[in-house]
Design a protein around this ligand. Structure first.
Ligand SMILES: [Zn+2]
Length: 215
């Protein structure tokens, strides 16, 4: 089987979505792109998470042709492909309808940068306009609006996150939901303080330079 290591990573990332309460039933998906071949490993469409295995993930090329796999790829595959084609620097992508982030999406409001963890996302989470799921249009809207952020919420729909790896995009999906929840709760009792550009740059650098175990 092709791309076994990437299959394992994308499988683990997909399984983190229900484990971290970002998805219900069969919704949501994670993909990863192999830097050498540009092939994409993605969740099959409409399969329960408990039935997923590294082996039943689907491999498609950048044009959407199935290269390996018995199952139909995710309904959001074209969206992932548009983003991968437009962003050669991106090797992982996640889609969820996580509820706190999506509550901002249905209000038509971006998620404000209210906690220092916005440094993992690239600041606040911008809002993309309405586009039906599944097609190229939503991918084009993501490319147009996401800028230097690693996450975006799409109006009346949900969350897309990107990263240098599927694991990074998954981490960002968790952080987007967490920050949205805190912003949402804070807005119930008052007006949260929004971090300014200098503070966002400072916390972003903090994660890049200071966070985690030193080699
Ligand atoms: Zn969706």
């Amino acid at each position: 089987m092709m791309l076994q290591t990437l299959r394992e990573e994308v499988y683990k990332c997909n399984m983190l979505l229900p484990a971290t309460d970002l998805v219900k039933m069969t919704s949501g998906n994670v993909s990863g792109r192999d830097p050498e071949t540009n092939l994409i490993v993605i969740k099959p469409s409409g399969i329960a998470y408990e039935k997923l295995t590294p082996e039943n993930l689907v491999i498609v090329d950048l044009d959407g042709k199935v290269i390996e796999g018995e199952l139909t790829p995710s309904i959001d595959t074209e969206t992932h492909l548009v983003v991968y084609r437009g962003r050669p620097d991106i090797f992982g992508m996640v889609h969820t309808h996580s509820p706190y982030a999506t509550s901002f999406a249905v209000l038509g409001q971006p998620i404000p940068p209210v906690t220092t963890t916005c440094g993992l996302i690239g600041g606040g989470v911008p809002l993309g306009g309405f586009a039906c799921f599944g097609g190229e249009a939503i991918g084009e809207e993501i490319l147009k609006v996401i800028g230097s952020s690693l996450g975006i919420i799409m109006q009346s729909h949900g969350v897309f996150t990107i990263g240098k790896t599927a694991s990074q995009a998954t981490r960002v999906a968790v952080e987007v939901e967490d920050m949205a929840k805190i912003a949402h709760l804070a807005m119930l009792i008052g007006k949260p303080i929004i971090l300014n550009e200098a503070q966002i740059a400072e916390v972003s650098n903090g994660y890049i330079n200071e966070y985690g175990q030193k080699k």
